[in-house]
Write a protein that binds this ligand. Sequence first.
Ligand code: NAP
Length: 299
Amino acid sequence: MRIAFAGAGAIGCHYGSKLVQAGFDVILLARGRHLAVMQSAGLRHESEGECKQIKVKTISDAGQLNSCQVVVLSCKMSSLNDMLNLIQHHISPSALLLTLQNGVEAPDMVAQVFPDHAIAAGSAFIGVRLEQPGHVIHSAAGGVRMGLWQQGSGEQYLLPLIRAFQHAEVPARQDDDPEAMLWRKLLWNCGFNAITAITRRYARDIATGTETLAIARQAMEEAVTIAKLCGIAIDEQDIVKHIDVTLAMGPVKTSMWQDIEAGRNTEVEYINGYVVRKADELKVPVPANRLLTSLVNMK
Ligand SMILES: NC(=O)c1ccc[n+]([C@@H]2O[C@H](COP(=O)([O-])OP(=O)(O)OC[C@H]3O[C@@H](n4cnc5c(N)ncnc54)[C@H](OP(=O)(O)O)[C@@H]3O)[C@@H](O)[C@H]2O)c1
């Protein structure tokens, strides 16, 4: 089974490297200086106190994806449309496409371009960043969950893919309700990602402060309201669990915080901004998510 990561940055290089080290056939679609460094020197991968220089197969030409049984979409939401256009005519009809983006929209975007392919939705529970071109640092957690979103002949690769991750010492498991899985992750991101980016304080600090926790809780409650109206099986208990987990978290810089520091666009429009868009359609007020979206967009 050949596995490709399309848009191999932090997430793609981390999981790709773990699979390569476990002996799997992996190719990384990348670009720019990051691609050039990996081609000349390999991938520098720091994880769990170890730093390794890994020889990786990289490509810049999407045409080479047609030999892959699994294509993991590992770019950000902001580049997903362009990525789908790039790979549209290069994916084997019997391949499985897996999304790993934050937010809840990626699998449907993929399904629009690939209506007959098997699609799985994934959630990555990890802290990993591209420190510089060709250099990835994994700093927290690392698990991945995935579930079938759309049927197609490539669905036969879902279980082998999960086993490959497990063999590569990545905690991986199947989720039978991938829509709720994505919303549950969205919930945490609505509550904590934007606030940490605005305040430059760790999520645990936000959960410890009475006033800041009240804002995070309100943003999550609004997201649960919208989810329920959309028929998604999440509820207030998920908020309680997220707060408990956050109180026990280490000092992890969230993705929006990292993006703002690096002067990049954030994914807020796909997180709090998504809740606002859905709420507007449903004519439900979501003031906390609206405020967080606009504050992050001002940065
Ligand atoms: N990092 C984490 O800890 C983490 C945790 C959970 C979930 N996630 C989610 O995972 C997704 C990916 O995040 P990430 O942190 O891995 O982002 P990232 O480090 O920016 O990696 C994305 C990579 O895709 C590349 N790319 C985009 N379009 C491309 C194209 N057309 N051709 C070739 N390469 C292309 C980007 O290159 P350029 O830089 O040149 O654009 C970048 O190297 C996001 O939705 C994020 O929310 C991340």
